[in-house]
Write a protein that binds this ligand. Structure first.
Ligand code: ZN
Length: 150
């Protein structure tokens, strides 16, 4: 099922800290399937559960169209590279905005797969960027907050 996307920089669901997933039950599994379907339908690179109205720590990432989506439950960034990169980012929840964001080029992230298996992933470039963007959604952070005041 394609879910509707929560939008707006002052939308409360996008601004709260999401809760950890305690048990990967059938409701969570269905939510993940729906998130993957929604992300594909919207041609997005990534989606976090609060963006579909669920305040839970789940992200889905799809930086390359033909590859399988990367799904992480309770993701945590464990390491970031000192090298940073600046790129323009958009967000499905802020449809009319694009922001130049500086982020570490490489990260190590750990979390759970949809089967509840712990995984650790080293990512770089666009994949690393999208993962960082989505994890920020879980903490109520939006790209609009990343605009540097000069
Ligand atoms: Zn976003």
């Amino acid at each position: 099922m394609i879910l509707s996307i929560q939008t707006g920089q002052n939308n409360p669901i996008l601004r709260q800290k999401s809760k950890k997933v305690k048990e990967i039950n059938p409701i969570i599994k269905q939510l993940i399937l729906d998130m993957v379907e929604t992300l594909k339908a919207k041609n997005g690179l990534g989606l976090a559960a609060p963006q579909v109205g669920q305040s839970l720590r789940i992200i889905v990432v799809q930086p390359e169209p033909d590859k399988e989506a990367l799904i992480l439950i309770n993701p945590q960034i464990k390491k970031t590279s000192p090298e940073k990169e600046i790129m323009e980012e958009g967000c499905l929840s802020l449809p009319d905005i694009s922001v130049t964001v500086e982020r570490p080029v490489k990260i190590t992230v750990q979390g759970l797969t949809p089967d509840g298996q712990p995984v650790k992933i080293e990512a770089k470039g666009l994949l690393a960027r999208v993962i960082q963007h989505e994890i920020e959604h879980l903490d109520g952070i939006l790209i609009i907050d990343k605009i540097k005041s000069s």
